[in-house]
Design a protein around this ligand. Structure first.
Ligand SMILES: [Zn+2]
Length: 126
């Protein structure tokens, strides 16, 4: 039997094709509840960072990539999309970073956290 011309795959063109999962060398693992909570917390933090930093001209976050060891630059919206992708698919599209970003306009997550904490503290001063 010629497998090339076998019966039509009933899932052909079906994005939900269960066989697609088998073809994936590294299928994404569904997030645990704990990981989910972490990502939700990151999303909330990201929103704080954006409201604190966008007004001073910061365009997004830079992240050191675990895969290639280089810095990747994510505009606020892209970073948010990544976190949502993580919630939905269990993985991010980390290798679609901003195209030729203005590196001075991006800060690390830790920097953003420190800055927005400071802003929050100042705004609470009497
Ligand atoms: Zn990378």
């Amino acid at each position: 039997m010629n497998l090339e011309n076998g019966p039509l795959d009933p899932f052909l063109d079906d994005p939900q094709d269960p066989a697609a999962l088998l073809d994936d060398a590294e299928p994404p693992q569904p997030l645990t509840d704990e990981e989910r909570a972490d990502v939700q917390a990151d999303l909330a933090e990201l929103q704080e960072f954006q409201s604190a930093l966008a007004p001073i001209g910061i365009e997004g976050i830079t992240v050191e990539c675990g895969d290639c060891g280089e810095q990747h630059y994510f505009a606020w919206d892209l970073m948010r999309a990544n976190l949502f992708a993580l919630l939905g698919e269990g993985r991010t599209h980390v290798h679609e970073p901003a195209y030729s970003p203005d590196q001075d306009a991006y800060v690390s997550w830790d920097y953003a956290r420190g800055y927005s904490d400071a802003v929050a503290m100042l705004s609470k001063r009497p």
